[in-house]
Design a protein around this ligand. Sequence first.
Ligand code: ZN
Length: 463
Amino acid sequence: MIGLLLVLLLLAPGLASPLNERQPGQFPSDLRPQLDRLRQAALESDWAFQRLAHLCNKIGPRLSGTPQAERAVEYVAGEMRALGLEVTLEECLVTRWVRGVERAELVEYPDRPTGVEQQLALTALGGSPPTPEQGITAEIVVVHELDEIDRVPVRGRMVLVDHPYDDQLAALGEGGMAYGQCARIRVDGPARAARNGAVACLVRSLGGVSYRLPHTGVLDWEDGPQIPAAAVSEEDAELIASLAREGPVRLRLRLGCRELAPVKSHNVIADLKGSEIPEQVVIVSGHLDSWDLGTGALDDGAGVVMAMQTAHLIKKLGLQPRRTLRVIAWMNEENGTAGSKAYFANHEKDLANHFAAIESDLGCGHPYGFGYQGDPKLAAVLAPIAEALRPMGAGAMRQLPGTGADISPLTRRGVPGFHPLLDSRTYFDYHHTAADTLDKVNPRFLQENCAVMAVLAYALTRL
Ligand SMILES: [Zn+2]
């Protein structure tokens, strides 16, 4: 019983970090002028944009297990060493999934003119197995909700889950919520279709503005059977649904994607040692891997360079953190979170020294403040940090239910988590598509996000 109580106490949120013990009114008197300098320096620097340009334009897409992902690890490690940080490459074993040919044609539908086939815009979902080389041709069953897959006869057929992303919600600034509402369609839809005997599964792309652009992403087989799975553009999902209302529609699908043996990869961990309590760490982070279609500028090269810029600016201004600032470029967030899991396994014993963890993984829109995950009592302790961001229009602070996938093993155990609050209206227009490229990053917004990350991270090392 006592053992159980102990376990429950350890699992209770709000216990793992000394930050939870802080009282309001303990804000160091010399800190505000330092935060003002840091904020201003971030708004004037193009250092982060230059690093992002290198990641996107010189290295390119960084899907886990690829040579590009490893070049990115070396690049970030090198840049952090050049600043004088202590760099560790933390090993993790990542999925190595490769995309191949991807084609789909409508080969039968009501009133089809003789000999006509319509090609669709689609892309394989990460983790999909291939089709046979000649493809799979089958009748399409259109459903709109996950549960429908269990109710309609899908055996021997191809399923299309045609569930729209809520553009209106995204337009209100709640892109993250709009994505959250339909992400399960992509993650769980294919496994459910496979369990019910479908021969392949298509999902409508999850995202805003479409331009016939398919959005890839990860899926979860839950150890069940696997079938070829792909995302079709929103326009093509609507085309199929509209034809299927008139009569039988048959589609030929060819996918050449496949999973190879797992590959050794790395998180980049770069420490700027604290002067007074170096054993306590404040993590500032983004994920270095990306999907393979674009160059991972918004998702999440931007987050990585914001974290790197935090260390760069602190060094440049000659500021001295009391706690250790730990920059992390996570590996494999997109298709496995092996980096996040490896970090947790290696540092679980040291959880009580994790003062706070910051992650940025929602693109690079204009930031208007920061969100925290933890005890609501933290708001009063953090208020002076929000005040220091007010002059740039980023003084909002809000409690969030989650602050990032990579830091979630830490935040679940009571480490306070942080994420910038930012405008996500257009993020899901590009998310996981071929259009996630450097030109989508507004250099001014990147500077603003760097200011939020740097001010927040440095303040947490000094509180
Ligand atoms: Zn991401």
